[in-house]
Write a protein that binds this ligand. Structure first.
Ligand code: ADP
Ligand code: MG
Length: 612
């Protein structure tokens, strides 16, 4: 006998399970995807011990007839694909027919299912891939899938399972993200009997997204095109150091894609620093024939036929939305850094449930706002528009009041697109730094230095891109000592500097002489400006838009701006506000910090305890 043997089905399925079923969250993903593919509008996920003892997914989808219920566990048995060419236009989440046999090979499964056509349902029990029983049962239309004792027969894999809490969080995060792709489905998650998530059905993707967001955002409106880009992106001030809070959906499927991250970043233009990562969710709708979804074992990457077209559509969609960030960021009333996603405030629950809560494990980590208002009438008392569960709730147990520490109001960014600085009533300057103003319904505070910096940054950058800035000759040229390297750097790049309006040439080996500067640097500390420029890298000039042009523009803008400490008269303020209205991204300074923050009446009332 030769050495080569064909592997048994069980081994093949376990190998496949190694790719498909990495951990409880991957089982949940496969099962919930199946529910969605089956047209379910209601999906509940139950975990026990983080999914290690039980993962159960119950749906009200199409269910299966008796024949299909048994076939579903055969390897490569699928109802979603018939022939080779179908692979080129997949519109379902699943298509390989390997999830159920994989899951059944490494756990103890009981599946109860009924289709609308059959009067009775069917219950299939399988352990480690072996069918134990198939029985007629009475049950609702839909499918109830239980996988117990994950990896019971593969101890090596069991060892890699993390703490139940970690697994729960993974499932929760995936469900939240995935729910964005299927807004009309209601999702619930229960962990050891506690309701953790409750996301009611929404009319649209945008509505679902809004219900999960707590920070300032703008909406990307879809344009008629074969590549439709819709989305919601967070204010530049909410940017993060990694891209975990930037979510992509392609035809409802959650995917990861580095090129798309870059497209979004490019769309944010100069509102972000080099290392900052934007936050938001981008949904791309594209004909299924234009995208290959069969390129990754867990189907979390795709390949576009026209990747350049998709890149541009995303970049343009984001760019046109980001341009509308010209209105205030909602002020927050505590010291916590605002977050974009009203994501699982898990650790908050402990801290925010008042003492005695330990007697009950009820802890809604996330309830949708609609539902919350319904259940917890107290929301309305705060007058504000609440988002997600990051609000104040009255616990339905033992009358305990649950106060979450963060009270975040939905930003006016999306609701007041017609914000203009000039229409504000200017009240006065405080701390030589902030301009207090009143809008029709809010207290609006402008950081005058950040505002001026944004204005000048745009001016400098746009003038540079248009080919140059008008210069003013200095009556007395300034000689500045910079050292050998600085002199070399500046004289090598003097053409670029000229385009920024600075005429400079070497004056001996250690100094430069400055003959002309742009008007906006009048009054700036020239020696400091030149010292800083001497350390700049001019790589990528003359043309790379991000990088050197932005860096140098930001540097010059910083020196040209009103410093905090300057006193501004009402005329100066009016001029500044008019200038801001005429420029783009005026609500975020080039360092991504907010320029203008607003506090609505409900927030102010809270300062004074008037909300109680
Ligand atoms: P795939 O999703 O790739 O087709 P699966 O192994 O996940 O493969 O499922 C096999 C088949 O079982 C599916 O094609 C579908 O016909 C059926 N099925 C699985 N889960 C459900 C469900 N929740 N409701 C209805 N049918 C289901
Ligand atoms: Mg599937």
């Amino acid at each position: 006998m030769g050495k080569i043997q064909v592997l048994s089905d069980l081994v093949v399925n376990q190998i496949s399970a190694g790719e498909v079923v990495e951990r409880p969250a991957s089982v949940v993903r496969e099962l919930v995807d199946n529910s969605v593919d089956a047209g379910a509008t209601d999906v509940s996920v139950y975990l026990e011990q983080g999914g290690q003892s039980l993962i159960r997914v119950v749906d009200n989808g199409s269910g299966m007839g008796a024949e299909d219920a048994a076939l579903a566990f055969e390897r490569h048995a699928t109802s979603k694909l018939r022939k080779e060419s179908d692979l080129l236009s997949i519109s379902t989440l699943g298509f390989r027919g390997e999830a159920l046999p994989s899951i059944a090979s490494i756990s103890k499964v009981k599946m109860t299912t009924r289709s609308a056509e059959s009067a009775t349902g069917i219950e299939v029990k399988i352990e480690g891939g072996a069918i134990l029983s198939v029985n007629d049962v009475s049950c609702q239309v839909g499918t109830d899938f239980e996988a117990r004792m994950l990896f019971f027969n593969t101890p090596a894999r069991r060892k890699f399972l993390k703490q139940p809490r970690t697994e729960e969080l993974k499932v929760e995060k995936w469900l939240l993200h995935s729910s964005l792709g299927h807004p009309t489905v209601r999702y619930r998650l229960f962990c050891d009997g506690d309701e953790i998530l409750n996301l009611p059905a929404k009319a649209s993707f945008i509505e679902r997204a809004k219900s999960l967001i707590s920070g300032s955002y703008v909406v990307i409106e879809p344009r008629p095109s074969s590549i439709q880009v819709e989305g919601v992106v967070g204010h530049p001030a909410l940017a993060q150091s990694d891209f975990n809070a930037l979510i992509f959906l392609v035809n409802g499927r959650l995917i990861q894609d580095r090129a798309l991250v870059k497209a979004v970043k490019d769309g944010f233009d100069s509102t972000l620093k080099f290392q900052e990562m934007p936050v938001g969710v981008i949904s791309i709708k594209i004909p299924p024939s234009e995208v290959d979804v069969n390129v990754h074992p867990q189907k979390s990457e795709v390949r576009f036929v026209n990747s350049q077209g998709v890149f541009l559509a995303v970049r343009e969609g984001v760019a046109s939305a980001v341009r509308r960030f010209n209105s205030p960021v909602a002020g927050i009333t505590d010291s916590k850094r605002p977050e974009f996603w009203a994501k699982s405030p898990a650790p908050l629950v402990q801290q925010t449930y008042m003492s005695g809560a330990s007697t009950s494990s009820f802890a809604p980590r996330f309830l949708d706002s609609d539902q919350s208002t319904e259940q917890f009438g107290t929301f309305a008392n705060y007058g504000g528009e609440f988002v997600g569960g990051a609000a104040v709730a009255e616990a339905p147990i033992a009358g305990q009041r649950v106060v979450q520490t963060e009270l975040i109001h939905r930003s006016t960014a999306a609701t007041a697109p017609n914000f203009s600085f000039s229409s504000l009533r200017y009240v006065g300057q405080i701390m030589y730094c902030y301009l207090l103003c009143e809008s029709s319904d809010s207290l609006v505070v402008v950081d005058m230095h950040a505002a001026h910096e944004r204005y000048n940054f745009n001016l400098i950058r746009n003038s540079y891109l248009k080919g140059g800035i008008a210069v003013q000759e200095l009556l007395v040229p300034a000689t500045i000592h910079l050292g050998k390297e600085g002199v070399a750097n500046l004289s090598q790049n003097s053409d670029y500097l000229k385009r920024f309006g600075i005429e400079v040439e070497a004056y001996g080996p250690l100094s430069v002489v400055v003959r002309a500067v742009p008007p906006f640097l009048k009054g700036a500390d020239l020696e400091r400006v030149l010292r800083e420029l001497a350390t700049e890298s001019f790589d990528g000039l003359p043309n790379s838009v991000q990088g050197a042009i932005d860096r140098i523009s930001a540097r010059l803008a910083c020196h040209s701006s009103i410093r905090s400490g300057d006193k501004l008269g009402p005329e100066d303020v009016r001029a500044l506000f008019q200038a801001l209205d005429s420029t783009e991204f005026s609500a975020a300074c080039p360092h991504g910090r907010p320029v203008v923050v607003s506090f609505n009446e409900a927030q102010i009332e809270r300062w004074f305890g008037r909300d109680r």
